[in-house]
Design a protein around this ligand. Structure first.
Ligand SMILES: [Zn+2]
Ligand SMILES: [Zn+2]
Length: 351
């Protein structure tokens, strides 16, 4: 088969590799029907995630068709259409028993395209297949479901739920990339009085309006702290950080009102400063987290019932064989790409 292989910082290729095989009895081999690229993949390619070894197939999001299952798989059969989540779950360790799948103590958590070969391929081996995949409801498109592999549960769980968004809240979201937009779209489900999006890109702020932000601030031109103070008199009830830089984290902390909540989603590669000399008396709560994808069944119902428009994230489409072109578009800030989707060409059984 073909797959997108990491060859060290800045180097990758769509190339011929051996087909994946069942290694453990809980594995399934899934034929990838649709996959996508995550900002985290760009971090890996930049060399920021050193535990990803040369030769690794990247990707942690897919929708596909079960091709083969190990003897220990009881709930899936060949031919089933499934979502392959970015988080694998052994299902039995202490953290998995608490629904905290991201912290799985066995070989689960974020492993696909990280510690084991991933989904940017024609086929993928999915460990703990019974507890790491979700059968796709009828009538929901592959593209919409693919957005539930990572971005929507991440924005919803690590942003909106961790931040405790409640009706009437003023919610500030710093960063209007796919995950920030997921936080905006899912915050709306709780009827906040305002959703304020902050970004340096006017194109992303325009997208934020489509996803439900009613106030947008380009922080190259306006000071978000001043705008939100003027709006509320005190600051945001919930500030969600969805970028992952020291400056945006520090901004999110300043945006929250006394007693407010700051939910960090961003993947940080360097130290950010918590100004306790300013914050110690402000009664703030800061949360961090890796997605568990425990909300996936809830999000599936919201998408299937039309309450959450997941397909709206898809801005570009490619054939799997054009993977390198898709990376060029996704990695180019000028392309205004949110999510790119790669699918097999008609009737393609692989090459
Ligand atoms: Zn991701
Ligand atoms: Zn586990």
């Amino acid at each position: 088969m073909h797959a997108l292989v990491y060859h060290g910082p800045g180097r990758k290729a769509w190339e011929e590799v051996p087909d994946p095989e069942i290694i453990d009895e809980g594995d399934a081999i899934v034929r990838v029907d649709a996959t996508t690229i995550c900002g985290t993949d760009l971090h890996i390619l930049a060399g920021d995630v050193p535990e990803v070894h040369v030769g690794r197939i990247l990707g942690h999001e897919a929708v596909g068709t079960v091709d083969e299952v190990g003897d220990g798989v009881h709930r899936l059969s060949p031919g089933d259409r499934v979502l392959v989540s970015c988080i694998s779950a052994c299902g039995t360790c202490q953290y998995c028993r608490e629904g905290r799948y991201g912290q799985c103590l066995d070989e689960g958590g974020w492993v696909l395209g990280h510690r084991i070969d991933g989904t940017q391929a024609e086929y993928v081996r999915v460990p703990y297949a019974d507890t790491s995949t979700y059968r796709i409801p009828d009538g929901v498109s592959d593209e919409a479901m693919l957005m539930l592999a990572d971005i929507l549960p991440t924005g919803y769980e690590v942003g909106v739920l961790a931040g405790g968004v409640r009706p009437g809240d003023v919610v500030a979201v710093v960063g209007a990339g796919p995950v920030g937009l997921s936080a905006i779209a899912s915050a709306r489900l709780f009827s906040p009085s305002h959703i304020v999006a902050v970004d340096l890109s006017d194109a992303r702020l325009e997208a934020a309006r489509h996803f439900g932000a009613d106030i947008t601030i380009n922080d190259s031109r306006e000071d978000p702290v001043a705008v939100i103070k003027e709006l509320t008199g005190r600051g945001a009830d919930v500030a969600i950080e969805a970028v992952g830089t020291p400056a945006t984290f520090e901004m999110a902390v300043r945006l929250a009102r006394p007693g407010g909540r700051i939910a960090n989603i961003g993947v940080h590669g360097s130290a950010a400063v918590l100004h306790l000399e300013e914050q110690w008396a402000r009664d703030i709560t800061i949360t961090t987290g890796l997605v568990d994808a425990s909300s996936t069944p809830t999000l599936m119902r919201l998408v299937a019932s039309g309450l959450l428009d997941a397909a709206r994230f898809v801005t570009h489409r490619f054939d799997l064989n054009d993977f390198e072109k898709a990376y060029d578009v996704f990695g180019n800030p000028g392309s205004a790409a949110l999510k790119v989707v790669l699918t097999r060409s008609e009737g393609g059984e692989g090459t």
